[in-house]
Write a protein that binds this ligand. Structure first.
Ligand code: MN
Length: 323
């Protein structure tokens, strides 16, 4: 974290928020729901503010309209790449890119769930905000798309399983709230969600508390999982796919700047691929695999922002443990 670099954005952000709260008294859902302020709102904030014109994400035509982002400028939710080449074109409904500010995802309209979600965890993301539990539909989905709701999983025997966890976004109400959008969820077998997955999520946060920063990509593939009510391929009258496999790739580096340049053959990288089955073991180490294994299973190119030669080294090694 380069504090000189963040001073200006923090000041601008503060001024902006002040300006917005004065001018946009009806923007009441901003703090509660943690969504981006519309670009128009920013333009209306006055000529003294300038905003980045570069796309926020490779492959996206969206401009970066985040105003809360006080992160190290080299850190971003999708720094390690866009695994499936997702775009924010509505015709790309099965691989639709959504920037949720606190994480970025590829969403599938027919699956009613993300293909993958990508995010960064730094010390600045871990605060004292309590878990809000405000599960709700993403009303920003393109018109006509089914909006998965907070009751869509009811009685299914599957948990509303976060991709980007609530616990990784406790710095503010906006940050925590963003994780409860239903398109951050998959139908996840309770023992997978509450034990195996929870342990791996806690492990990642522990690494951050020890002075590291962590990049995570989580995703799922296939159809058919076994929750506490048995085997299902879909729920909510076929509107939501039940994935067969749930995977995660974790990259851990000491806190610092120029993150992409600091990832090398010695970097700690963890890849797991778990069955979406309530009979799962609680120890995630049992499900270790290589990044390449997940690439083969999904057809994605993970860690694609890294040089190909480096990918070819680190993607074929399995994590050996240690802390
Ligand atoms: Mn790759």
């Amino acid at each position: 974290m380069n504090y000189k670099k963040i001073l200006l954005p923090v000041l601008l952000g503060g001024l902006l928020l002040c300006g917005i709260s004065c001018q946009q008294s009806q923007q009441t859902d901003f703090n509660t729901y943690g969504r981006r302020v519309a670009a128009e709102t920013l333009k209306n904030a006055g000529p003294e503010f300038s905003f980045p014109s570069e796309p926020a994400i490779p492959g996206s035509s969206k401009t970066d309209n985040r105003i809360y982002d006080t992160r190290d400028s080299t850190a971003s939710q999708i720094l390690l790449g866009n695994p499936s080449g997702a775009t924010n074109s509505t015709v790309n409904a099965e691989n639709y890119l959504i920037d949720q500010q606190y994480y970025v995802e590829s969403y599938s309209r027919t699956k009613g769930s993300p293909n993958w979600v990508s995010w960064h965890i730094g010390a600045e993301d871990l605060g004292n905000t309590k878990r809000l539990n405000n599960f709700r539909p993403d009303t920003d989905l393109p018109e006509g798309w089914y909006e998965v709701s907070n009751t869509s999983y009811k009685g299914s025997g599957f948990d509303k399983g976060h991709n980007c966890p609530s616990g990784d976004r406790s710095s503010s109400t906006a940050a925590n709230s963003s994780t409860f959008l239903m398109n951050n969820m998959i139908p996840q077998a309770p023992n997978n969600n509450q034990h195996t997955w929870e342990h791996l999520e806690s492990y990642c946060r522990t690494q951050v508390k020890k002075g590291n920063e962590v990049y995570v990509v989580m995703g799922s593939y296939g159809s058919g999982g076994t929750g506490k009510n048995g085997y299902f391929e879909s729920i909510d009258n076929g509107k939501i796919n039940v994935p067969a496999h749930i995977w995660k790739v974790v990259v851990i580096i000491p806190e610092g700047n120029n993150d992409l340049q600091r990832i090398n053959a010695g970097t700690r990288i963890i890849a797991v691929d778990t069955p979406n089955d309530n009979a799962i073991a609680p120890n995630w180490m049992k499900y270790l695999c290589t990044v390449r294994d997940i690439e083969k299973a999904t057809g994605y190119d993970l860690l694609s922002a890294l040089p190909k030669a480096l990918q070819n080294r680190i993607e074929v090694e399995k994590f050996k443990g240690g802390n």
